[in-house]
Write a protein that binds this ligand. Structure first.
Ligand code: FMN
Length: 231
């Protein structure tokens, strides 16, 4: 199983340890990226990725190793500490760079058969909104199966997290790992994702959305009988 972890922070605290806990339970080949260490550039809002090509992004080359690791993984883990009720700015910055991959634009077909996990930790509250920040992108990328895990650690670092909290995380992450292993290799997107796909397909067929995106959908065969979750 190929696993890619995107850490929304560059230090190794509670969030890092919980993401690694899950990866350890899954087993397999792990690639990981730390933000902002591995991508510190903000989206400049040029809209080139959406309107022309992702290659026109000024950060395309810097982003490329992360994009390749995301595309080649079976399982994606996106983990972020909660900062002011949301993901870190560094995680948001990464997600901004993939706006062109949202389903209405040019989704990467392999997403539809991947599994992904959103992880967040907070001292007190805000994990729901932080996980949603990640979930929204993963859903709109078309990821076939998405799990969420959060932990209210009541601490500012891993060393101060109680053993009972660590045991709780260990148990919950173990349950997610079992589901992922069971589903690996046979993921199909759920009804909601397929519903959105077919709705967008209608809009593309009606030539309501941008030409660039329509040409991509046509090239992929999705305006005819092809579907990204079918070989
Ligand atoms: C800038 C900043 C903002 C934070 N905002 C929140 C917050 O909104 N809610 C909360 O419960 N904890 C907040 N915290 C605490 C962290 O989310 C919490 O300690 C988290 O578990 C840290 O994970 P880490 O050890 O991986 O860095 C904040 C911490 C920092 C540094």
């Amino acid at each position: 199983m190929k696993i890619t972890i995107i850490h929304g922070q560059s230090h190794k605290g509670s969030t890092y340890n919980m993401a690694r806990m899950l990866a350890g339970k899954l087993g397999g080949e792990v690639k990981e990226f730390f933000l902002p260490r591995d991508l510190s550039e903000y989206c400049v809002g040029c809209t080139g990725c959406i309107m022309k090509s992702e290659k026109s992004c000024p950060h395309y080359e810097r982003l490329r190793p992360i994009t390749e690791a995301i595309d080649s993984a079976d399982v994606l883990i996106f983990a972020s500490p909660v900062y002011v009720f949301h993901v870190t700015g560094a995680m948001k910055t990464l997600l901004d760079h993939y706006a062109y991959r949202w389903m209405l634009h040019r989704p990467e077909p392999s997403m539809f058969v991947k599994q992904a996990v959103c992880i967040s930790t907070a001292a007190g509250s805000g994990t729901k909104t932080a996980n949603k920040d990640i979930y929204d992108s993963l859903f709109w990328w078309g990821v076939g199966k998405i799990y969420s895990f959060s932990s209210v650690v009541a601490a500012m670092n891993w060393e101060s997290v109680s053993n009972s909290k660590k045991a709780e995380a260990d148990k919950a992450l173990g349950a997610i790992a079992r589901k992922i292993r069971k589903n690996c290799g046979r993921v199909k997107p759920g009804l909601k994702t397929r519903g959105v796909f077919f709705f967008l397909r209608r809009l593309h067929k009606a030539k309501i959305l941008t030409l660039n995106d329509r040409q991509y959908w046509k090239k992929m065969g999705w305006l005819d009988g092809g579907r990204p979750w079918k070989k």
